[in-house]
Design a protein around this ligand. Structure first.
Ligand code: TXA
Ligand code: MG
Length: 312
């Protein structure tokens, strides 16, 4: 349990929020849409804790929040059309799904995909905190999984008190629904309707958007979270590697690549995508030790089952 603090919307409150984030902590921040549960998008452990705090049973990709276009261009690749959209609608309630840029974020943020969702919030406190922190913040809505998104600090405390370090008090969020999510391209895909009307995007692009399914199951090729899987076959619930297999351990079933020697599920989640990639590069079948089906273990097992599922 963490003692969750309510930080005032002052220079001191913002500085303290930035300090907590730099130390790997989680801070709920007001945006113009809803409150976001922010953690350092470069820090595997902080991102794993976001999923733990929300009780999310799956590692769906998170939105990366940045203060300006210059910062955004380090983390994602913008073509001319993406630049046009950013210039027209940022800062504001639009999230763009774009190819990953040169500067990495935790693979937990992009759920192992080759794209990343980027948003530049308009709320002055979000802007100030992003500048004070000086890095990318992963921030899903600050509610437990399956509950409605919070638009007031009390809503955040209701759901997440004791699970996060602080809430930055920004009063009531103006827009009240999440950002619109767009994947530019041919055709441009509307992955989630939200605070920015689709008509405004269509006018800017000069052509209609195609509904890309729900944001949790984007239908564009390569964007479906379940498409991410190692090339190699994956065997789950293994007690040891058979000859010729690469190994990913957990707890006492250790070895050189152990998700968490102490059995800590946050540490295991933080290591998961790195280890899957690393094992995959060895080009052999991969055997994975059992991971308990509780807390973050459910999201870890969900991802492992997808990795082990027969390929289409
Ligand atoms: O208004 C908002 O956007 C709020 C505030 C806090 O900024 N944030 C928010 O984040 O709603 P979140 O993490 O709850 O929503 C992320 C959505 C997910 O449904 C996810 O599927 C989609 O964005 N998403 C993220 N990255 C993606 C990607 N690479 N490809 C497709 N969809 C992606
Ligand atoms: Mg949400």
């Amino acid at each position: 349990m963490t003692d969750t603090r309510l930080l005032p919307p002052t220079a001191e409150g913002i500085a303290e929020a930035a300090r907590l984030l730099a130390a790997g902590g989680l801070v709920a921040l007001p945006t113009e849409t809803v409150y976001g549960l922010a953690g350092d998008a470069r820090d595997d452990r902080a991102v794993a804790r976001i999923f733990e705090a929300k009780g999310r049973p799956q590692f769906n990709p998170l939105i990366v929040h940045l203060p300006d276009l210059e910062a955004a261009r380090r983390y994602a690749r913008f073509d001319d059309e993406a630049l046009r959209l950013a210039e027209a609608f940022w800062p504001g309630p639009l999230t763009l799904v774009l190819p990953l840029g040169d500067t990495p974020v935790s693979p937990l943020v992009s759920a192992g995909l080759s794209t990343v969702a980027i948003r530049m919030p308009a709320h002055p406190l979000a802007q100030q905190l992003l500048r004070a922190f000086g890095g990318p913040l992963a921030a899903p809505s600050a509610n437990p999984s399956g509950r409605v998104s919070p638009t007031r600090p009390e809503h955040v405390l209701d759901g997440l008190s004791g699970r996060i370090e602080a809430v930055l008090d920004g009063g009531t969020c103006g827009v009240g629904v999440e950002s619109t999510i767009l994947a530019p391209g041919e055709p441009p895909l509307l992955l989630r309707p939200g605070g920015l009307p689709a008509e405004a995007l269509e006018e800017c692009l000069g052509r209609p958007l195609v509904a890309g399914g729900s944001a949790d199951r984007p239908s564009a090729p390569g964007q479906l979270a379940s498409h991410y899987a190692p090339e190699a076959p994956v065997r789950l619930g293994a007690t040891e590697a058979r000859p010729g297999e690469s190994w990913i351990g957990f707890g006492k079933l250790g070895g050189p690549r152990n998700l968490s020697p102490s059995g800590d599920l946050v540490e295991a989640a933080a290591n998961l995508f790195h280890f899957l990639r690393e094992a995959d590069r060895e080009g052999r079948p991969i055997a994975v030790a059992p991971v308990p089906e509780r807390g973050l273990g459910r999201a870890i097992n969900d991802r492992l089952r997808r990795a082990a599922a027969p390929r289409p």
